[in-house]
Design a protein around this ligand. Structure first.
Ligand SMILES: [Zn+2]
Length: 263
């Protein structure tokens, strides 16, 4: 199947090298300015395995990126490492991985498996959004079996809403996020329908090296083969989008409306 027939088959899917500050759908121009991206993840592994390549790509093209980790994922510790110690190892790995990609990292340090969905957590994420002023927020899709991932999705939705409301008085002024995207995650796969493909070739090797800082990526904490899954996924998504390696994201349904005088 050639590019033309692929484009016909996938309909409205878009393939991008980075997200523009103005509109993702306008990012076919090399002159568009990459926007600021904030990835917000329940656990550091989600942040790098599922969002890190898109974040790194955004930074690579002179945008900027920050990662918010709601917890350290410490309860995913292998049997021979106490959870508290594992959490510190996760923190160190995350700082190194973020440095490799050129991203800022913000730890909110909620207990793993107990990330709350409430006003306090939504306002803390709201404050992070107001401080870092992202144009684009990337987070978990709601169709997850994992309660932390579900709660992260809900917290971020409320946080984006609060961040843009001038009547929500916080220490920093209101900031409106232009776009929300959801990352492809094996644990959040229910009803996940990607529509946006990002070329990650420029950061592919760096992203793999960043992920490799985590024991989970190397299969040392459980049964799931994160390395094989996400590296293969990038090849498969690249095949579908005409890139060598790609990540596929799902746009928020609320931002898909397009206005036009003609088709
Ligand atoms: Zn997770």
């Amino acid at each position: 199947m050639n590019r033309r027939s692929f484009a016909q088959s996938v309909g409205s899917a878009v393939a991008l090298s980075a997200f523009a500050r103005s509109s993702a759908r306008e990012q076919t121009s090399s002159t568009a300015t990459p926007g600021r991206m904030m990835a917000i993840a329940a656990h550091p592994g989600d942040g790098f395995f599922t969002m890190g390549a898109a974040l790194g790509q955004q930074i690579e093209l002179r945008g900027s990126g920050a990662l918010v980790c709601l917890s350290m994922g410490e309860k995913g510790a292998p049997r021979d490492i106490p959870a508290k110690q594992y959490g510190e190892l996760q923190r160190t790995a995350t700082q190194k991985a973020a440095h490799m990609l050129g991203a800022e990292v913000i730890f909110l340090s909620y207990p793993d498996a107990e990330i709350p969905f409430n006003e306090e957590s939504a306002l803390r994420v709201c404050d992070a959004i107001r401080e870092h002023k992202p144009d684009i927020v990337l987070t978990h899709w709601s169709g997850s079996w994992h309660k932390d991932h579900q709660n992260c999705h809900l917290v971020v939705r409320d946080a984006v809403f609060y961040a843009g409301l001038e009547t929500v008085a916080r220490s920093r002024p209101a900031h409106s996020v232009s776009k929300i995207f959801y990352a492809e995650n094996w644990e959040d796969a229910s009803s996940f329908v990607p529509d946006t493909y990002i070329d990650i070739e420029a950061v592919y090797e760096k992203w793999l090296q960043a992920c490799d800082l985590y024991p989970m990526w190397r299969g040392q904490t459980g049964f799931f083969r994160y390395n094989d899954y996400y590296s293969s996924l990038s090849v498969m998504r690249g095949c579908l989008s005409g890139f060598r390696h790609a990540v596929a994201l799902m746009s928020d349904p609320g931002q898909r409306m397009q206005r036009s005088h003609s088709l």
